[in-house]
Ligand binder design. Structure first.
Ligand SMILES: Nc1ncnc2c1ncn2[C@@H]1O[C@H](COP(=O)(O)OP(=O)(O)OP(=O)(O)O)[C@@H](O)[C@H]1O
Ligand SMILES: [Mg+2]
Length: 355
C-alpha cells in the first residue's frame, strides 16, 4: 500500500451509474434514479453480423430464433466476453437513458460508475472501462459489487468494523468482508442463478428424459424452487421435448426435484461463504458475529436460501431490501457525491504509483 493522489473529481455534465450484470443491466441517472432495467441480451444476425435487438426484445427471441439469428449474452460470469457487443449494448442503454431526461446531449461529458465483480483482473477492468468509453463516457469509475451493496445500505464500511456481504446474482456469487472502505477478504464464485438453471435442465434430462429451455428452467426455479424443505411441496407443469420419442411432452415436477437438482451448487455457495469467513481476521469475525451476513442479488430470493446459509454457517442472515436493485442503489448514492465516496471507486487512470 502506498500513498495515492486524491484529485478532486470535477462535476461537469451528467453522472450515470450502471450495474452491468450477467443477466441484466440497471442504469441510474443522478437526480433521476433508475431509468433502465433490462436483460443483458443481444440478438445478432450471424450472416450479416447485424444487431437485431437488445434487452427485453432480444430475450423474446431466445430459443425461438432461426439458425442464423443468435441471442447472446455479452457478459459471462460478470465479465465481458464479447467486447464489441458489450460496447454496443452499453451505448444503446446509455442513449436510451439519455432520452429519458431533459438535459440534452451531454453524453460526451458523462461520468460513469460501473459495477464489477470482486477481484477482477486488470485486463477485465480495463475492458469495462474501454467499453464504457467507446460507448460515449468521458470518465469511468469502477466499483466492486459488494461494496456498492454495503454503500447503498449505508452500512458502516468507512469504519473499522467488518461488514459481510454476499451477492448471489445470475453469473457470480461474491462473498466479501469489507472494512475501512475496502474489501479485506473475498471469494468470487462462478456459481449463481444461471448455474441453478443449468442444473435444472440437466437434472430433468437425466431423470425424466425431457429437454427444456433456459427460460422454462428459470420460470420453474422461481415458481417452485427452494433451497431447503419448507414443507410446501409445490409442483409445476412444464413443457418440453421427450428425448426418447422426440415429441412434445408435458410433465408435472415436484419442488423436491428442483431442490435435488440445485443442492450441489448451493453447497458450493455455502463453501464459498464459509471459506471467506475462515480467512477473515478474528477482530472482524467478532463484528460479523453480531451483525451477521447481508444477502443481495436476485438469487438471494430463492426460498429458504437465507435459512440454509444461516443454519450451515451459524450466523444470522438478512436479505437486504430489494436485493435485485441493491448494487445500483449503492452506485446511485456514490453518484450523489463522487468526491466523498472516491475511496470506494476504482479509476484505473487516476491510480498513481506511490510517491
Ligand atoms: N424469486 C427468485 N427466486 C430465485 N431466483 C431468482 C428470483 N428472482 C430472480 N432470481 C434469479 O436471480 C438472478 C439474477 O440476479 P441479479 O439480477 O442479481 O443478477 P446479475 O446482477 O445480472 O448477475 P451478476 O451480478 O452475477 O453479474 C437470475 O439467475 C434469476 O433467475
Ligand atoms: Mg449483479
Amino acid at each position: 500500500m502506498g500513498i495515492t493522489f486524491k484529485r478532486k473529481i470535477r462535476h461537469r455534465g451528467q453522472e450515470i451509474g450502471i450495474d452491468l450484470g450477467t443477466t441484466k443491466a440497471l442504469v441510474y441517472v443522478r437526480n433521476k434514479g433508475i431509468v433502465i432495467n433490462e436483460p443483458t441480451v443481444v440478438a445478432i444476425n450471424n450472416k450479416t453480423n447485424q444487431i437485431l435487438a437488445i434487452g427485453r426484445e432480444a430475450v423474446e427471441m431466445i430459443g425461438k430464433t432461426p439458425p442464423h439469428i443468435n441471442a447472446i449474452r455479452p457478459l459471462v460470469n460478470g465479465v465481458i466476453s464479447d467486447f464489441e457487443v458489450t460496447e454496443k449494448m452499453l451505448r444503446y442503454f446509455l442513449e436510451k437513458s439519455e432520452k429519458k431526461n431533459f438535459l440534452g446531449n451531454l453524453f460526451n461529458w458523462s461520468r460513469l460508475v460501473v459495477s464489477i465483480p470482486c477481484g477482477g483482473t486488470e485486463v477485465e477492468k480495463r475492458a469495462v472501462e474501454d467499453a464504457a468509453k467507446s460507448a460515449g463516457a468521458k470518465e469511468v469509475f469502477l466499483i466492486e459489487e459488494p461494496v456498492a451493496v454495503a454503500l447503498g445500505m449505508r452500512l458502516p464500511i468507512q469504519e473499522s468494523s467488518g461488514v459481510f456481504v454476499v451477492d448471489i446474482g445470475g453469473g457470480t456469487t461474491e462473498a466479501a468482508v469489507i472494512s475501512l472502505g475496502g474489501i479485506v477478504v473475498y471469494r468470487s464464485l462462478r456459481v449463481a442463478g444461471d448455474k441453478l438453471n443449468d442444473d435444472i435442465i440437466y437434472y430433468l434430462k437425466e431423470k425424466y428424459k425431457i429437454a427444456i429451455g433456459e427460460r422454462t428452467a428459470e420460470m420453474v426455479k422461481i415458481a417452485i424452487g427452494s433451497a431447503m424443505d419448507l414443507g410446501t411441496n409445490q409442483d409445476a407443469k412444464i413443457k418440453g421435448r421427450d428425448l426418447t420419442k422426440g415429441l412434445p411432452k408435458e410433465l408435472k415436477i415436484k419442488e423436491a426435484d428442483i431442490r435435488e437438482a440445485i443442492t450441489p451448487s448451493l453447497n458450493k455457495i455455502i463453501d464459498a461463504v464459509q471459506g471467506t469467513l475462515e480467512e477473515t481476521p478474528p477482530e472482524l469475525v467478532s463484528d460479523i458475529i453480531s451483525s451477521g451476513i447481508y444477502l443481495s442479488g436476485g438469487t438471494s430470493l430463492l426460498r429458504g436460501l437465507d435459512k440454509l446459509i444461516s443454519d450451515n454457517i451459524g450466523l444470522p442472515v438478512k436479505i437486504v431490501e430489494d436485493p435485485i436493485t441493491a448494487v445500483i442503489r449503492g452506485i446511485g448514492l456514490a453518484l450523489e457525491d463522487l468526491n466523498q465516496y472516491q475511496d470506494f471507486l476504482i479509476n484505473i487512470n487516476r491510480e498513481k504509483p506511490p510517491v
